[in-house]
Structure formats: structure tokens, C-alpha cells
Design a protein around this ligand. Sequence first.
Ligand SMILES: *Cc1c(COP(=O)(O)O)cnc(C)c1O
Length: 444
Amino acid sequence: MDNPSMVERSLRHVWHPCTQMKLHEAQPPVPIARAEGVWLYDFEGRRYLDGISSWWVNLFGHGHPHIKAALVDQLGKLDHVMLAGFTHAPVVELSERLAALTGLGHTFYGSDGASATEIALKMSAHYWRNTGRPEKCRFIGLAGGYHGETVGALAVTDIAIFREAYAPLVRLAATVPSPDARAALPGETAADAARRAAAGLQSWLEQHHGQTAALILEPMVQCAAGMAMHDASYLREARALCDRYEVHLIADEIATGFGRTGTMFAHQQAGIRPDFICLSKGLTGGTLPLSAVLTTDTVYDAFYDDDMARGFLHSHSYTGNPLACRAALATLELFDQSDVLARNADLAQTLDQAFAPLTRHPSVRHARRLGMVWAWDIDETVSGTAPLPHFARRYARHAMAQGVVLRPIGNTLYAMPPYALEADTAAHLARGALAALEATLADT
Ligand SMILES: *Cc1c(COP(=O)(O)O)cnc(C)c1O
């Protein structure tokens, strides 16, 4: 494709993530020269609208001037210092702000989402150990849950293709039913589906709460499962069951945090307070890797002791990196400077209208939206001829030809665009999404 020398060099030495590298023989990676706002630009000056926010990390568009200026300023002051034995203004201010936003007053830092998952799991089990109940060291996740792909995180990630090859390495958690609203039977509501899933959680906890440290879940939207959305009542029932059976509730808000689902954090739609919140992705506005685990005074106090071994002896070299924390602060300042959630609610209406022809398409099942997440399940069988395999791969290629980055998960097409869309870019995204669907269905 463009700039063949860069593609060749990439294929020779770069091992790309989540990729069967041999597939790049037919479909090489796209070299990107720069990005601005909602657009990615290649070396030929072609541009692609970033319809999935570069894997769900970007909030306010690429190269946002406020975040850029904060990073330049921070680079002139302090690039990095280890956080063990030292502290610095960006990490202090960020921790204060996260505490004020969530009511969870203690923040521990990592660099990626998967490390946040592992920090939360370790903290939960260590809490029970410090409080005299070391047998509470097992975990529960939801069917189809995704919490990252390191060995520890895979224990609670229920997505076969990510886990199968590593099954012998993983100490598998228990899986309870997903409250996915699509599981509602004819005549049932999403709340009915949620109630049935909660009953499954209850019967698990009845038997196994004595060995169970925590339930981890993605509140409101299980993104990697294909944007499986559920009724907020599930979170209230899960919170009540976790309280009754003395099990921690870990809210993995790595994808759903920072306004993505319409509230600052998704669990707020249920009016609950988790024991742990995992954050990453949008935390830095999509500029730098940073993750955070927030927890309560109760958990924190159980580690506070003269005994070293009762402390949380976990670290990463870049824990609390000042540049990343500063990018996170600049991102939160953007939430202060205007009513982002209200603007997003208006923008979502504009997008609903723009997406209407896609939503009405005869191949679409279960069109759904929460906040700034849209999803449509595509039934290729209604197009007449037998569908070719690999819908997602074919669709993504047609989308690129339309100037939009959209990468379905299985047969679920979704859009998770940056909040920086305007009427014209929203129209471009919707037009491209529909045209790519029609081109994909016409594949023979
Ligand atoms: C992306 C994601 C993770 C993993 O984050 P990484 O930074 O990719 O390790 C964990 N949980 C959820 C809900 C995610 O969407």
C-alpha cells in the first residue's frame, strides 16, 4: 500500500497486537503519518475517521491543544521519578480529583488496563488475607467478560480466542451468567434478563461465598463481548448480593469510564458504589498509557500496619508516571471547562439520526446505544446468498475504503467515536458505516 518501505520494515520487525501476522500478506497494516481531531492521516494525505477512538482510548480527538500544552509544560518540569519513596504534584492532584469524582479515596497506579485488573484482584484477595480470611481468594466474572490479557487478567476474561492457548497457565475464575439484554426471551424486558442473571449470581454465591474474594464486571456495557448492554438493575442486585455474601465488587470501567456511557462512570447509572474501580484507556484522553485502581478506606486500612508483609507490595517501574498523570489532569480539566456530558447527549441525538438508515437496515438486529456507544448485530443470511466468512475483517476493509475506521467484533458492528465529532464528521461516519455494510453484504 502506501509507503511500502515502512510497511515492509514494520512486517519484518514489529509484531502487531491481536493479529495473525500472516493475514498481513493480503492486508498490510496502514502506515499513519499523523492524527488531528477525529482524523488519522496516512503518508499520501488520505484520511480516515477514527470511529472506534483508537481502541476506545481517545475522548476529545487526537492532538488536543490543551492536553498537548500540559504535556509540554510537564516535560519541562519532571519527566519521571519513581513513586516508591517519592511523590509529585501530578499524581497527588490526580488522586485527589479521582477521589472527589468517585468517593473512593485511595488510588494505586499501573500502566495498562490488564495491570489494573491484576492490582484489583490482588488487593481484594490480600484484603481478605489481612482480615483473617485467606480462604477467600477465588474470583467471579461474567460470561463474555473482558478484563485484559495478561495471565492473571485472563483468569477473569471469558473470551475463548484470547484464552484457549494459555488455559494451562490460568487459574480460572468462575463464570456467572451475563445480564446481556439480548438474552431477554420474547415478552421479557432487559430488566427481566438482568433479574435472571442476578439469580444465577445468587446461587453461585450461596454455595461459594466463603471462598470468593470478588466479583469483577464491566458496568452497563461488556464491550469486548460485542457491546453487550444490560439494565442498571443488575448492578444494584449484584451490589446487594456482594454486600450480603461479603464479596468485593470490582467495577472495571477501563472502557466505560469518562463519559463514554453517558455518565462520568457507568456504575453511577445504578447509583451504587463499588469497592474497587479500574480505570485506563480514556484516563489520559488517549495520549499515554496509565491505569488506576481506586478503593475504599476500609480496604486501605486493612493494609495499614507495622508489618511490611501486610502492605501492598506491588509495583511497576512507571507507576504514577508524571507525564501520564498530567495528561489525565488535563483530560479532567476538559470536563471542567464545558459540560461534556450534555454536549455528548446532543451529539448522540445527531448521530442517532445520521445512523437511522443503518439502524433500519434489514440485516441489522438488536440496534442499541448507550451514551457514545452504538452497536448493531449483522445477520448476513438475510442478504440472500450464503455469506462469506470473516464478516469483521471484510467490513473493516470496506470501511477503510470509505474513509472510516470501524472494526466489528464478530458480527457486531459498533461505533465508539471521539466526543469531538461535529455534524459534518458525524455524517461522514454514518455514511461510511452504511456504505461499508452494503459493500460487505455484496461480497461474493
Ligand atoms: C481494554 C480493556 C482492558 C485491558 O486494558 P489494556 O490496557 O488493553 O490492558 C480491561 N478491561 C476492559 C473492560 C477493557 O476494555
